[in-house]
Design a protein around this ligand. Structure first.
Ligand code: AMP
Length: 287
């Protein structure tokens, strides 16, 4: 089978059929799940994905079950036309854009929970979020049947949870992770950056400034996590539009808090800028 133009598939049966046919024809499938409102962070996953296999599938699905009742599901930015253009530029073969009603019919009642990794960072601030993420990713894997799936380190905890789900449930998918893509001034790219007004956009830089401060202290020999966290907190708290949700230094695999950094740590934070909750992280490493 050959594809010489991009396909938009909006129903599950058709997507399953497409993937079955591709497999029968001996093609490998590479998959990039997204919630749309695409930016250069997503594009980096697509560019890498393009090189990893024969057929590149991207899903665009704003997943209702990963949003809490007071979160921004209804408001989440959607721009399918722009997304399709970016997909085409990045040589996507198939865009899968299912309807929420078909993904979650009335009597839907199954969920996947990665129990331990859920109890840290965003899992605490957003109860039920990762259950929604794991469940939708498992569904998408079953529908798209990818050999390889790409995820960004921007959502570091999500990446660990997906890897654990794949391992624990013996899913036949290789998970590939990609580094965080940033704006020129360092702000991590995110669809939610669209919510920020001019003052908030300027204030949002405090996340990256704080991360760089932490990194700088570590590279200057500070290994006491509390000392680093306090300086980072001071930076965020000096910004009137910012409110800390969490700032953590943790084990890169288990997400347990570290008191002292030996040779590797995840430095992660979530901060509200006005009404917009942003997350970012860096890995500290002596290696
Ligand atoms: P989302 O559309 O926010 O669900 O993101 C879809 C995928 O893109 C996830 O695997 C994210 O981790 C990844 N992603 C989002 N923002 C970035 C970024 N700035 N750099 C790298 N990957 C990203």
């Amino acid at each position: 089978m050959t594809i010489d133009y991009m396909e938009l598939i909006t129903n599950i049966k058709e997507m399953r059929q497409f993937s079955s046919d591709a497999k029968k024809a001996g093609k490998s499938i590479v998959f990039v799940p997204t919630m749309g409102c695409l930016h250069e962070g997503h594009a980096s996953l697509l560019k890498k994905g393009r090189k990893l296999g024969d057929i590149l599938v991207m899903s665009i699905f704003v997943n209702p079950i990963q949003f809490g009742p007071k979160e921004d599901y209804a408001l989440y930015p959607r721009d399918l036309k722009k997304d399709l253009a970016l997909a085409e530029v990045n040589k996507v073969d198939v865009v899968f854009n299912p309807l929420a009603e078909e993904m979650y019919p009335d009597n839907f009642q199954t969920a996947i929970e990665v129990e331990k990794l859920n109890n840290y960072l965003c899992g605490i601030s957003r109860p039920g979020h990762f259950k929604g993420v794991a469940t939708v990713v498992a569904k998408l894997f079953n529908i798209v049947k990818p050999d390889i799936a790409l995820f960004g380190e921007k959502d570091y905890q999500q990446l660990l949870i997906i890897k654990k789900m794949v391992q624990d449930l013996n899913m036949d998918v290789t998970v590939v992770s990609m580094p965080i893509i940033r704006e020129a001034d360092g702000l991590a790219m995110s669809s939610r950056n669209n919510y920020l007004n001019k003052d908030e956009r300027r204030a949002a830089l405090c996340l990256y400034t704080a991360l760089l401060k932490g990194k700088d202290m570590f590279h200057n020999g500070v290994t006491d996590a509390q000392a680093i966290l306090q300086k980072m907190r001071n930076i965020i708290e000096a910004e009137p539009l910012a409110e800390v949700d969490y700032i953590k230094i943790c084990n890169v695999n288990t997400l347990d808090d570290l008191e002292r950094i030996a040779d590797k740590a995840l430095l992660a934070l979530a901060v509200k800028i006005g009404r917009t909750r942003l997350i970012d992280n860096i890995i500290l490493s002596n290696e």
